[in-house]
Design a protein around this ligand. Sequence first.
Ligand code: AVI
Length: 320
Amino acid sequence: MRTAADYTFHHAAPEADDFYQEVIDGLSQSSRFIPPKYFYDHAGSRLFESICEQPEYYPTRIETVLLQQYASEIAALAGDGCYVIEPGSGSCEKVRFLLDALRPAVYVPLDISCTHLKKAAACIANDFPWLDVHAVCTDITAELSLPFIPEKTRSMMFYPGSSIGNFDPQDAVDFLACLAKVTGSGGDLLIGVDLKKDKGILDAAYNDASGVTAAFNLNLLQRINRELVGDFDMEAFAHHAFYNSARGRIEMHLISDRKQTVRVDGHTFDFNAGDSIHTESSYKYTIYEFQALARQAGFSPCKVWTDSKDLFSLHYLRAV
Ligand code: AVI
């Protein structure tokens, strides 16, 4: 038997300049926007784990119950000895609920945060000594290339947490189409999708009383200060999140509370009081809307599970 923390590591992370360029470009536009993938530095990844434990943030709890409850049904659909590939694997917590039932040949976690990924992969390898773990540090929104996966391997993409909601719908279709390309025809996708529901429940989930989501949002400015020689005053921006019913999405913003000028590596950006930096959208779907989106990406629905209050859904899809 192999030793603890024995796993294979592949590094395909983007150049540091991507963060720099996307921040400068995003802050230079009239509608300022920084892509949410940059939330997840080491501090941001930890804050996200803490969000998942907040009582108002229901998706993680409900999805975990669904995974536990339906693990054997999922395993029956996936078949024996498949490759499980998890884009944006974070702390690799949710896959644990499937591994004993699924008994995959290989588990491939993919994440942009290398430090976090190495730790999570080592823990999985330690806790499931029979499992072959190939961790890949990469930007999953760039073209995915996994050359170590043999052709004709049966694979199941695992994309929990409703992270698909963080893409605009057309980008979500394009991303799912990339996953379909990686699995090939007959490959599977198990994906968690947050459902449309009462606005009060959604607003509370992104404005937890302990202020963890606010800290997560503001950490983006701290990250710019730390890594890109920025001088954002953390006291001068506030977290703002709300459900935009017309667009079917939560929007997260950082709002300037005064007129101010911010510098990032010699570039200057002027803000008036109330000006926003849009940091994240989190789209919510009905089951029917999501299945239509998945079809556009080349997947056909096999099965969907939901909780008794229809707050969250877990879809099993197959690439055509
Ligand atoms: C990762 N993603 C699905 C989360 C969401 O709900 O959109 C990120 C998040 N942002 C604030 N809270 C959680």
